[in-house]
Design a protein around this ligand. Structure first.
Ligand SMILES: Nc1ncnc2c1ncn2[C@@H]1O[C@H](COP(=O)(O)OP(=O)(O)OP(=O)(O)O)[C@@H](O)[C@H]1O
Length: 252
């Protein structure tokens, strides 16, 4: 498994009116290999900008992202990506979507069918292999997206608000499922969320960001034992700690 190192990353956007918006100012932190890291921050704190830089979709203005010690220069097979939006091919079945990345790598039909089935089972979608994405619930859709990203065995899974559109109950179920999958696969996960509770439930490490400019204001280890109890006093204490950093002014 690979680690991720974010090293003094800066990014400024130009608005359509020609104004400059500093989205990231010197963001630095590490995601140890095999760990689960969450980024929380208010709207406009540069989370998605940073995500796109780590995914290799856009370049940083300054600084760099290292994956396993190698500078990111574009998208790579070792980084799987799961977005909140509609990312499955609507005309392919669940099986067809999960097989897609394997077929793109030239894997033969029998092998990719077998691998796809094992990941569909892993995410709890057995029996829905032939379903089209439009017939799936929100939670099932995200399960299929996770299966598709995991099928190509990436070392790293990058997830941008993957459960943001789900109802509260499905969201909690998906969080528990993701932990089970992460523990069985050992993948390094970087997960962006607006929800402090979600971050405290999932993460070994929480990066708190501030808005305008987007800076890292806190890099916190979460050592609560797993499985985590959202109603526990220690869980509540970690949530309070995160909120304190979220509301603190940026460190200059
Ligand atoms: N393509 C773009 N062009 C111009 N400005 C942009 C662009 N993408 C982001 N920005 C600006 O950069 C800043 C950071 O945006 P970003 O989407 O990275 O934040 P975020 O923390 O992910 O926000 P949210 O939680 O609302 O998704 C914002 O002020 C935003 O308006």
């Amino acid at each position: 498994m690979l680690d991720i190192s974010i090293d003094h990353v800066y990014k400024t956007w130009k608005t359509s009116g020609g104004r400059e918006v500093s989205a990231l100012e010197g963001a630095s932190f590490n995601v140890p290999r095999g760990s689960f890291c969450c980024i929380v921050g208010p709207s406009g704190s540069g989370k998605s900008t940073l995500f796109d830089i780590i995914a290799g979709l856009i370049p940083a203005d300054e600084g760099q992202v290292l994956v396993g010690g190698k500078a990111v220069e574009g998208p790579g097979a070792e980084r799987g990506v799961v977005f909140q939006g509609q990312s499955l091919f609507p005309w392919r079945t669940v099986q067809g979507n999960v097989e897609f990345g394997l077929a793109a790598r030239g894997m033969g039909r029998a092998e990719r069918q077998k691998i796809a089935r094992s990941f569909i089972e892993l995410v709890g979608l057995s029996g829905f292999e032939d379903a089209l994405p439009s017939t799936l619930s929100g939670g099932m859709y995200q399960r299929a997206s996770v299966a598709r990203s995991l099928a190509t065995s990436p070392d790293i899974l990058l997830m941008d608000e993957p459960f943001g559109a789900l109802d509260a109950q499905s969201r909690e179920m998906m969080q528990a499922e993701l932990i089970r999958i992460w523990q069985s696969q050992g993948t390094t996960i970087l997960f962006i969320t607006h929800s402090v509770q979600e971050a405290v439930f999932l993460a070994d490490k929480i990066i708190v960001m501030s808005a305008r400019p987007g800076r890292v204001v806190s890099d916190m280890e979460v050592t609560l034992p797993r499985p985590r109890d959202r109603t526990g006093a220690d869980f509540g204490q970690v949530m309070r700690d995160v909120y304190e950093h979220l509301h603190a002014p940026a460190v200059v």
